[in-house]
Design a protein around this ligand. Sequence first.
Ligand SMILES: Cc1ncc(COP(=O)(O)O)c(C=O)c1O
Length: 399
Amino acid sequence: MNISSNLIATEQRLGANNYKPLDVVLTRGEGVHVWDTDGKRYLDCLSAYSAVNQGHCHPKILAAMVEQAGRLTLTSRAFRNDQLAYLYEELAALTGSHKILPMNSGAEAVETAIKAVRKWGYEVKGVPEGQAEIIVCANNFHGRTLSIISFSTDPDARAGFGPYTPGFRIVPFGDAEAFAAAINANTVAALIEPIQGEAGVIIPPAGYFTRVRELCTANNVTLILDEIQTGLGRTGKLLAEEHEGIEADVTLIGKALSGGFYPVSAVLSNSEVLGVLKPGQHGSTFGGNPLACAVARAALKVLTEEGMIENAETMGAYFLEGLRSIRSNIVRDVRGRGLMLAVELEPEAGGARQYCYALKDRGLLAKDTHDHTIRLAPPLVITRQQVDWAISQIEKTIT
Ligand SMILES: Cc1ncc(COP(=O)(O)O)c(C=O)c1O
């Protein structure tokens, strides 16, 4: 047995079986490429679910991490550190937020927002205690904690984990009138992905978010946009909300906030919502630690200073056009915004996973989602030549 077969066998023997990865064992990454233990190179078209927007092992983020790791890694929030204030300042300048709460994983940012808007609902909006409702969308993906899976509509994510957290109302994604009908006096917030990533890169109809924004404002409902996947350049804008010209009241970011080096997430908000959290009411040992802050600062700096967001816009449009020009009778739909792209196959094609394996053999890593969709989300540093190469591999695989 070679090294990768050994490692796969050990994982299967000792690991919980909660993932079904493609059987490729990676050992190194640089820019858009990763290498397996046999030395084979791949173009990464997943970017760790958009956490590696800046490309693998970006040297400037690496340098910031190494420098900070040798100086101070963790103080807990029992004491202050000399990185957090700078991260706040830089994030506020970039996004226009007034208050920021740093956490680690994306799911923690979502949980934090849920706690904050519930408390805001009781203390500021005047909702009767215990009655707060949050509107969410069908086919959402916001993470894996119990409260979050309580409002999932995916049986795999939800079934068997009850009892569930109450207080969520599910409406179809992209349907503004259904959204309007779900609002009542106890609605404290709406929690929505600008584009549903895990559901298969589902883009809502134009004008949907403009209407949702109007409805939230008119009814004093906090609009929370989960930009953990769509944010930080992925769709060709810093935040995907910019495509609709709206502003959320609360924005959640994670993943690429560290360029893939470290789990860092944040809740960005106006003062009114995060302002309700008082000492002792929320926190995390690692949230806002100096290592995370230094990494996030470097990750944001390279994202903005190295033209990655603009590159996502131009290369995304180019990639989409290339995918749309492929003539294949197994393709049902090709869609995307920026470098968040998807090729949906006809059900008769027999599932997307086999095509992901075929792409892997050709040196391109992509992930199937919801059976029939191949999701494509390369690092934002991808070049035209690399996009051309990817399109030709995809074309050969699906025609
Ligand atoms: C939109 C969205 N929200 C939340 C999450 C959860 O993030 P994490 O896996 O870091 O908890 C994800 C992860 O894929 C996501 O895509």
